[in-house]
Design a protein around this ligand. Sequence first.
Ligand code: 9MR
Length: 339
Amino acid sequence: MHRCLAVSACLLTVAAAAGEASLREMAAKRKFLVGAAVAIGPLVNETEYQDTLKREFNICVPENAFKMAGLRPARDKFDFSQADKLAEFAAANNIKLRGHTLVWHQSVPKWLSDGKFSRDEALQIMKEHITTVLQHFKGKVYAWDVVNEAIHDKKPYAIRDDSFWGKTIGADYVEKAFEFARAADPNIILYYNEYGAEGMGGKSDAVYELVKKLREKKLVDGVGWQCHVPCGWKPGDAHAQNAERLGKLGVELAITELDFAIKQPTTPEKLQAQADSYRDTLKFCLSQPAFKALLTWGFTDKHSWIPGFSKGKNGDALVFDAQYKPKPAYGAMIEALKQ
Ligand code: 9MR
């Protein structure tokens, strides 16, 4: 490790050990939620993972454990064994829990995608799934990503028609999912979660129109901006404009999956640029009344989807390094919360 980095990481660790306020303590003072996605393997096996999670975050989300393929091994079988480990940890440590995700074009179990179901059967299965999962987690989950990534990346930014749900049910699968969720638990916050729709543009216009329509029927309460973005990214005027128009619909907002991937190799300059990105993004959320939460997609570079996905071209996207030492990005988030 570069000497300055080692020194600054060390100073931060010492500061944390000396009782300096953590992210969650600082966030609570701002009535804001700061959190991270959690993987069940390290949650069960690594003390440092557990300690960092409970010390630093007041909200969390399962990276994979609440997705349909895991929860629903067969049509007549639900398996909550992995998911419950996180729900128990969150409750024991007073950490709010987001649910991710009920309906998505990925993580569709094979028995479902290969099952040659009719529209009515698919709707029935979706309803069973949403109802059973929401009832299981009643009182434990604060908000749910009811539908994830339903809009195509290309013009005319229509609802995906190439997924199991879109093909079998049609474009109204999105609205149906929200109807089933609202009926199953009227007290939880229902989110639509999307990537690449953070600023102004064709895709975010489509998200806006979808949310407006759902909102008119009182079916949606929140919009998630995933924000898997490169190091150096920061929100600007277009993001403020988008946040403001969504806020006017009466929905709350959250950054749900933030990470700033660094093109390898990592250098001290890139870590500083990443810190600036984290600081500016958190400051942006704190300046926009509709934003209630910011969650990163993982919290330690030891467990992040980025290196695997990019075949090693990108990495080091999170706030703690692979040894659980705070990176410059950590200090930058603390700074944003202090202002
Ligand atoms: O990080 C997740 C990875 O471990 C899984 O293999 C993948 C498929 O289930 O999903 C990743 O998480 C995605 C999230 O659920 C939705 N937005 C994009 C995330 C990164 O691909």
